[in-house]
Design a protein around this ligand. Structure first.
Ligand code: IMP
Ligand code: MG
Length: 185
């Protein structure tokens, strides 16, 4: 089955051209923000960051290295407290480095709050977060991103890195997932 041709969404919010244009603007911000940095590390949060990071890098002019992390959230049953677990940690030592975390979407902010807290203890020179999408209505924390691409509605989105059951990350657009298709993907 060709999953690119199928209609998975009720609405397309951002098409390929709009996403690429926005990412160029984000790269412009990165180039300005880190113009004088000697030690920039981009940290991609796997796996949603992949299409965003790949496109962003093409336009980043500042010398930098890449590293990755996998974090997973588990909802605590009775207590309803969310625990973020680091499944895969960084390879690099980030002390005295300029760290820029690259994320696909910030919703409750719980994941990033925990990651920023953890990475701060390793004494980076600076620590910032850039996200392609920000869902401010979903916030359950006081977490604020340093830079975002698009504001997203409080709906479940798919495509360009965003998944349902680990699928549909390959869609070249970002749209509102059609929940009636849940069993088909
Ligand atoms: P937070 O901890 O609630 O901010 O969750 C952030 C993570 O949840 C993101 O990195 C995504 O992996 C996932 N997520 C949040 N909203 C969506 C969505 O609309 N579609 C797919 N994944 C999402
Ligand atoms: Mg993510």
């Amino acid at each position: 089955m060709n999953n690119l041709n199928k209609q998975w969404t009720t609405e397309i919010l951002f098409n390929k051209e709009q996403i690429e244009e926005k990412i160029k603007e984000i790269a412009f911000w990165v180039n300005k923000e880190y113009a004088n940095s000697q030690d920039l590390i981009l940290i991609g949060l796997l796996k949603g960051c992949i299409p965003f990071l790949a496109e962003l890098m093409k336009h980043i002019e500042v010398p930098h290295i890449l590293d990755f992390m996998i974090a997973s959230s588990y909802k605590g049953g009775q207590t309803s407290s969310n625990n973020i677990k680091i499944i895969m940690d960084l390879e690099q030592d980030i002390s005295n480095k300029d760290v820029l975390i690259v994320e696909d979407i910030v919703d409750s902010g719980i994941t990033l709050q925990k990651i920023v807290e953890t990475l701060s203890t390793r004494k980076p020179r600076s620590l910032k977060v850039v996200t392609l999408l920000d869902k401010p209505e979903g916030r359950k924390t006081g977490f604020k991103v340093d830079h975002f691409g698009f504001i997203a509605p409080n709906k479940f989105l798919v495509g360009f890195g965003l998944d349902v059951k680990e699928k549909l990350r390959n869609l070249p657009y970002i749209g509102v997932f059609d929940k009636t298709k849940f069993d088909e993907c």
